[in-house]
Design a protein around this ligand. Structure first.
Ligand SMILES: [Fe+2]
Length: 461
């Protein structure tokens, strides 16, 4: 006997499989051919069953997978890979089928997807094209990354979130570790590693178990020094991640230290990290420079040298530097490379907007399996959550809430305080909602900017 959830997944599988089949055969046969209509009929039947118990079915496209609720539909690539590919090519991150969506609507969709990406783009994109054909019960969305520059005063932390910033004494320690490194670089002396080690040790003693490390980082925004902030962010996430992976204290410290020294090659070049494009030849030499500097340092761990050398190599070795015969990147270098990329996205730069954590996760997910081991990425997301505490989110039933805690086992289903009901009623006392315990039909539609929805955040502090 299948559970209700398994039945839903079976129906989604049938829907995707049949749509995939219709899309394939539509390449061979004219519109209306029985080979197409029989697949469309199966898809429509599966969709009908799914929409009997909900007013919409929302599916996310994440890399090569289709996500329903917080889970990937098992092995989508095996039975609906072409469909997923075509949707991705058209920039679709999310598909919603609304009540009443029928075989004729699906037929229009399949017909539209026969066009090449450029033609669809020319007619205003896939959603516009669907509208033009009168299809209102299929919604195709691309998740946007609106510019969002955060400063300390913009970080919204409701009272319910217990936040502990990193103490100033720790930041001072990080600063002295950095100054010692920079001073030695300037004097061309061997790098002293002990101050960095001492800072990382204090960091391991300071980080609160169970608190989102992203929240800790959000509270760091007021510190101005770009390099200092960057190294504190990367080392903090690295320590939190190493702990989550179950490493021992000494392993956590070694990994944390390597995540403080990893970009020493770039630091030695004396340029602002945000000013050099990734493709720049000088930029691409910084891992080699960094490894050289560390090799000439005092009592430097081998791990720190490896991480400095390999943190841009990527999981599939498509990055730099290129090493003939190299088969595999060191897992800690890959981990630091992942965190470096994440920090880069959430921090932004003079010409790049900072991303919310959910936007950064979505961005990095495009590289899972290429630049990053998908298992490592999954573990990372389990730690950060997709929607970090303090994020305002909209549910598919129209309610709006604030994330107060992530659920590591259900990264898309955090704990919330609901502040607005579907009909627009604002709750004087926000209601607690643990999405991981709610029916799977209730999902987060997207993260929102509270001011766009007329929400006064000061009410919830
Ligand atoms: Fe780097």
């Amino acid at each position: 006997m299948l559970s209700a959830y398994e039945s839903v997944l079976r129906s989604i599988e049938e829907l995707l499989r049949s749509l995939n089949g219709a899309l394939r055969v539509a390449q061979l046969y004219p519109r209306g051919h029985s080979a197409i209509t029989s697949s469309l009929e199966k898809a429509a039947n599966a969709l009908k069953i799914l929409l009997e118990t909900r007013d919409r079915l929302t599916l996310g496209i994440l890399e090569n997978e289709v996500i329903f609720g917080d889970r990937a539909v098992y092995q989508t690539t095996h039975f609906a890979g072409y469909l997923v590919q075509v949707l991705r090519d058209n920039g679709v991150d999310r598909v919603t089928f609304l009540t009443g969506c029928n075989q004729s609507d699906l037929g229009e969709l399949v017909d539209l997807l026969q066009k090449d990406v450029e033609s669809i783009h020319e007619i205003g994109g896939i959603q516009h094209a669907l509208h033009a054909r009168g299809i209102r019960r299929i919604v195709m969305e691309r998740l946007t990354t609106p510019p969002l520059t955060r400063k300390t005063e913009d970080i919204f932390l409701p009272e319910q979130i217990k936040a502990a910033p990193l103490p100033d004494s720790l930041i001072v320690q990080a600063q002295s570790g950095l100054e010692d490194v920079v001073g030695s670089l300037n004097k061309r002396k061997p790098i002293p590693v002990d101050p960095a080690r001492a800072y990382v040790y204090e960091l391991t003693q300071t980080l609160v178990e169970g608190q989102s490390p992203l929240l800790t980082l959000a509270l760091l925004e007021s510190h101005e020094d770009g390099w200092l902030k960057r190294l504190v962010k990367v080392s903090t996430l690295a320590v939190a991640f190493a702990r989550q992976l179950g490493l021992s204290q000494s392993e956590v410290e070694a990994l944390g230290t390597s995540a403080f020294l990893y970009d020493i090659g770039l630091l030695s070049m004396g340029v602002d990290i945000q000013d050099l494009p990734y493709e720049d030849e000088a930029f691409q030499t910084h891992p080699i420079e960094g490894a050289k500097i560390l090799l000439s340092g005092k009592e430097v761990d081998r791990l720190s040298v490896i991480v400095a050398f390999e943190h841009h190599m990527w999981h599939d070795l498509s990055g730099f530097p290129k090493v003939v015969g190299k088969k595999k990147i060191h897992p800690v270098a890959e981990l630091v490379g992942l965190i470096d990329t994440f920090v880069d996205l959430i921090s932004g730069g003079p010409d790049r907007p900072s991303h919310r954590s959910d936007q950064a996760i979505l961005e990095i997910s495009r590289y899972a399996g290429k630049r990053f081991d998908p298992r490592l990425f999954t573990r990372f997301v389990a730690m950060t959550g997709v929607f970090s505490p303090g994020t305002f989110v909209r549910l598919n039933d129209g309610r709006i809430g604030i994330v107060i805690q992530t659920n590591p086992a259900h990264v898309l289903r955090p704990q919330l305080r609901i502040i607005r009901l579907s009909d627009g009623t604002i709750l004087e006392t926000p209601e607690f909602l643990d999405l991981s315990r709610e029916p799977v039909s209730i999902v987060i539609l997207d993260a929102i900017n509270p001011s766009d929805h007329g929400i006064d955040t000061s009410q919830y502090r």
